[in-house]
Structure formats: C-alpha cells, structure tokens
Design a protein around this ligand. Sequence first.
Ligand code: PEP
Length: 249
Amino acid sequence: MKSLLFAANWKMHLGPGEARAYLKAFRARCPRRDGREVWFFPPAVSLEAAADAVRERADLLVGVQDVYWEPKGAYTGAISAPLAAQAGAKAALVGHSERRHVFGDTDEDTQKKLGAVLAAGVTPVLCVGETLAEREAGHTLAVVHRQLAAALGGLDGAKLGRVTVAYEPVWAIGTGRNATPQDAGVVQRAIRTWLTSHGAAVTRVLYGGSVSLTNIVELLAEPELDGVLVGGASLDAEGWAQLVQTPTG
Ligand code: PEP
C-alpha cells in the first residue's frame, strides 16, 4: 500500500489558541491510520502550540511556512530554521509560490533557504510550479526543471532524498482551478525523474493547487501522486479530517 502525505498550509490563519482548538477537533475526527501522515504548517506564532497539540500522535507533524537563511542575527521580523526547530518545526515549506510571487523570493533565495533548512535537520518541502503565462507558452517543464536545478542542484543523493517536492502550479493556488490529475502526473513524473537522475534513492512528490473534497478522489487515483499540499481546504478541521480520510481504490 502506498503511503500518502496530506500537508495543510494554513498561511496567515489560526493563531495559537485557534490552532489548539483546531487540532483537538482534528484529532477527535481523524484517528491514526497506517500509511497516512498529516503535516500542518501553521503561522510561526502558532508553531509551539501546534507542536504541543500533536505530540501524542506519531502520524502528525508540524512545520514552518518559510525561514530566512541566516541561523541568527539582526534580521528583524525574520525566523531562522534553527529557531523554528526550537519551536517544534520538523518540516519547512521552501519556495512557496506566495513567497516567490508576493514577497519576491528569487531562485537564489530559495536555494539558500533550502540549504539552511537541511542544515538545521528540518525536512524541506520545496514548492515548484509555473505561472499561467508560462504554461500557455508551453514552458511548464522548463520552468520546473529550472526551479529544481536552482534549489537542489548542488545536493548529493543523501540530501536530495530528504527533500519532498510539491508541484504547485501558480495558476491553481487559491483559484478554485486545479490541474487535472493527468496534467499534474506528467509534471510529477518529470520531477521524480529529475530527482532520481541526480542520485535521490527516495522521492516524494506532492500536488498542490485548489485541492478540495470535490477533486481529492480523482487526484489520489493518479499513480504519480504521493500526497497533497492544501491551503484553503485545510482551514476547517472537520473538512480537513474528511479529506485526509478519503478512501483510495
Ligand atoms: C497552497 O497554499 O499551497 C495551496 C495549494 O493553496 P490552495 O489549496 O488554497 O490552492
């Protein structure tokens, strides 16, 4: 049986008290199940509360949404990977499209962040994906390959094997418009091929972009998919518990 990862990106929602209440409700509605892991990415202020709330459950884990690459110093407002780890983060999103397109993170910034996350012993979830203009110009695979090479190019196979990659087409994030499982599958296969050809023995490739209760069944049927990264549909504990328990054929 294939193991599946369900990752919840809460973005700028759910403070510490709300995170505790959410996770209590989630734990009650979603018992542990073999072959399913659920990772939560709360805002940094809620990391510690969320990490406490999942402590008893080995299938649940908490991660940080973004880090700065320096370990410490005079960087007002920033959070480093070691500080996030201290607060309970075991994983980190790196290169999320909102970091790239709202905050202007470059490929080089993303590479430095990914290195910092690995150095702190935290698991990176590298997000890659093309804009609508890039897709319509037929550049999807070229963009994804460029983002992979920029962020992961210098890593050996052992380090690459610690990286989870999420294919998140920019045009599908928060828009209600998801990639078809077949379209996502083509890009996920290309990502897996890139990872293995660079020495990764273990690969985990997720899909993200408007995943919801209405499309999760067909997405999980795509053999290339190892799980999903979900924003909007992860914000309600009950709905998210239902999504995580979606049966597979
Ligand atoms: C995301 O934030 O990574 C995401 C995929 O958001 P949404 O599910 O809302 O499209």
